[in-house]
Every structure is written in C-alpha cells, then in structure tokens.
Write a protein that binds this ligand. Sequence first.
Ligand SMILES: Cc1cc2nc3c(=O)[nH]c(=O)nc-3n(C[C@H](O)[C@H](O)[C@H](O)COP(=O)(O)O)c2cc1C
Length: 233
Amino acid sequence: MNVLWIYAHPDPESLNGALRDDGVATLRELGHDVRESDLYAMRWNPVVDVIGAVPEDVRAEHRKLDWADTVIVQFPLWWADTPAILKGWFDRVFVQGYGYDYRDETGHPLRYGNGVLAGKRAMVIVTAGAQADSLGPRGAHGSLDDLMFGVQHGTLFYTGMTVLPPLTVTGTNRMTPERFDCVREELRKRLHSLETADPLPYRTQDGGDYDRRLVLRPDVAAGQAGYGIHLIA
Ligand SMILES: Cc1cc2nc3c(=O)[nH]c(=O)nc-3n(C[C@H](O)[C@H](O)[C@H](O)COP(=O)(O)O)c2cc1C
C-alpha cells in the first residue's frame, strides 16, 4: 500500500512523535511505502488567504494524496478539536473541485462516500489528555466520537474516503511506560489490519437514505437525532 501519514504535532519527542515513529516503522516493515506530511516540520501555512488559489505547496499535497491509497491523520486533541495547523491543512488542500464541488458529467456533486478521494482508506489517530469516561457518551467533554464527526465524516468521508474506526488514546496526562506499550501494540495491530478492517458504516449521499436536500428520509433512524444517525445501525 501507499500510505500518506499526516502528522500534526510540534514536538517529535512527544507521545505523538513516539507513536508516529513506531507506526511509520511498522508500515515499512510490513512492506508498505510511506510518505509523510509532518505539518510543523514542513512549516505548513494553515491560513487561506485567497479562496480557490492552488499554490505549489497545495499541489504538492494533492500529488501525495493522489499517490496514496491510505491516509493516516494523527493529532492530539486540542480544545476539543484538531490543532489549527491540521484544520488549515484541510482548509487549504481540500479546495473547490478537489475536496468539494467535485461533480460527475451530469453536474451532480459527488460527496459523502464519493469524490476525488474515493477508493482511499483513512484512519484518525487522536490522543487526548482527558480520561475515556469523560469523553464517553455522558462525559462532560462530549463524546470523542462526536468530537471527531467533523474530521471523520464532514471532511474525510465527505471527500470520498472510506473511514476506518479511529485509534483513540485517552488519559494521556497519566501515561505510564506499561500503558504506552499497550497503546503501541494496539497501534501496530491497527496498522496490520488497515487493508481489511471494516470501515465506519456511514450512510452515503446517494445510497437512498437522504432526500435531495440531504436530509434523512423520515423512515430512516425515525425519531432519532445526533451524529449517530448518519451511521447504519
Ligand atoms: C492547546 C492544548 C489544548 C488541549 N485541549 C485538550 C482537550 O480539549 N481535551 C483533552 O482531552 N485534552 C486536551 N489537551 C491535552 C492533549 O490532548 C494531550 O496533552 C496530548 O494528547 C498528549 O499527547 P502529546 O504528549 O503527544 O502532546 C490539550 C493540550 C493542549 C496543549
């Protein structure tokens, strides 16, 4: 496989840095080709100054994405979201005609399960200081699944990618060497099954569950609300 590893952390000596190093080494041992977008090391400019501009640094990221058949997106949870540099990577790289407003020959917009990046697999790796329960369905921080909806569904799935369940590492404020070993093992396991793992069963735009306004038909997940309704139960 050709794997593009997008990494958004300023410190290579951090937990995230250690996981990235181990993950990239694991993929290479498995015989995969890996390219990286290490956003801080690249001094990535995250600011959209001109809408629709496609400068050379953005084109270079398009070439990496076109080459990849799998995309790993790794970041620490910062203020309940991705670090700004990663948000700005999506803002600048997923331009009109590439990330959005990509249409078929009839003018129909392709998104949510179809698009320029259709056929590629994506997986999020996110670390969070808070404990798992407090990032669960009744946790004060909001459920991590919900917090990841924007990047996983609104961005990766929107642009056509098949999204694998994320690797979430919670409670990083209390990381022990033993726990780190477990997390590293889990990461290795997930990388071994990248090609075969079942994706998150998101409903596709054109699969029949949504009407023309992109609203779920009344009989689908009837009486329910929230991000979970966009997953096939
Ligand atoms: C600016 C900033 C914002 C953070 N916001 C959150 C947050 O909203 N929720 C959370 O659980 N942890 C938060 N954290 C903790 C980080 O997620 C945690 O430090 C990181 O996952 C640990 O990995 P690292 O050692 O590789 O940085 C924040 C940390 C920083 C520096």
